[in-house]
Design a protein around this ligand. Structure first.
Ligand code: PMP
Length: 295
């Protein structure tokens, strides 16, 4: 993600990544009070398309509000900066990372100056058809009464890191986390779906990050006439499912081969999930261009 020629946006200026400095007493570094986004741009015949740019920056603003972090930026201005950023770095297929972080402070209350940085790096579209081996994590997703789980707060990701470490250590590719009541919630950085008897199921909002890809996939499924049910379920409810998959900006739509000892045997290319993935890939590179070009 980093090379010496990367240019990033930092508090109103364009700076070389190698020359950008951060205060080591930043509250974000010590106590995890910062908010961020993960955004993708796709090359298309008409130029780069930042997929659902406005929604991502709106979520960034919402995340900041949840942590009482000042957000002195407009969403439209941030969309414009994101386009300038990929242009300056000369990349079309990019991952874009805005981060709002706080200045020096050791108090356990939101304070210190608000800073913004935005970086981008090359990220080719996901091509892997390799289905993931997933484990049910022994780590729970934090209870939303403890932490704003619907916001992208830097500190929330220590939970994701623990779950991924555990999954990899046990020979799995990814973790699926349950909420504090034992219902399926989401992956370390992805939302979760499964399909059984032609019905698409996904956990409701509440104990998950409201994923932009999740909302997109629900929208597309409804457009195709597939029933989508948002409800709480336990791992055992998935037994006999045709397919399970993760969604996320970075992940796009990733098929799942198994969850613990439960295998999903249907040929990926024969599933509703694959049809949705194809639709997603077509639209991120073409049809939404006009929508996101205006922000
Ligand atoms: N859940 C978590 C915990 C995430 O970090 C992400 C990635 N932002 C997602 C779900 C997927 O969200 P999106 O589709 O908006 O990228």
């Amino acid at each position: 993600y980093y090379n010496e020629n990367s240019i990033l946006y930092l508090d109103g200026k364009w700076v070389k990544a190698a020359e950008a400095k951060v205060d080591l007493y930043s509250q974000t570094m010590h106590h995890g009070n910062g908010v961020f986004e993960g955004i993708r741009s796709y090359g298309s015949a008409a130029g780069p398309n930042i997929f659902r740019a406005k929604q991502h920056f709106e979520r960034l603003k919402y995340s900041a509000e949840r942590m009482a972090i000042k957000f002195p930026y407009s969403v439209d201005e941030l969309v414009k900066i994101a386009y300038e950023l990929i242009e300056k770095n000369n990349i079309d297929n990019a991952y874009i990372r805005p981060l709002i972080y706080l200045g020096a402070n050791m108090k356990l209350i939101t304070c210190g100056e608000t800073h913004i940085m935005m970086a981008a790096w090359e990220w080719p579209p996901y091509l892997g058809d390799e289905a993931l081996k997933v484990m049910i994590s022994s780590y729970q997703r934090p209870n939303p009464k403890s932490i704003p789980i619907d916001a992208k707060v830097t500190g929330n990701y220590t939970n994701s890191i623990l779950a991924t470490n555990e999954a990899k250590k046990n020979g799995f590719d990814e973790a699926l986390l349950l909420d504090s009541d034992g219902y399926v919630s989401e992956g370390s950085g992805q939302n979760f779906f499964y399909v059984k008897d032609g019905v698409i199921y996904t956990p409701p909002l509440g104990n998950i990050l409201p994923g932009i890809t999740r909302a997109t996939i629900i929208e597309y499924a409804m457009e195709l006439g597939y029933p989508v049910v948002e409800k709480l379920f336990v791992p055992e409810d998935m037994r006999g499912a045709e397919v399970a998959f993760f969604t996320g900006t970075a992940t796009e739509i990733a098929s799942i081969a198994s969850i613990d000892d439960m295998e999903f045997k249907k040929d990926w290319k024969e599933t509703i999930a694959y049809e949705l993935f194809q639709m997603y890939r077509a639209r991120v590179t073409n049809e939404e261009l006009s929508e996101s070009a205006v922000g």
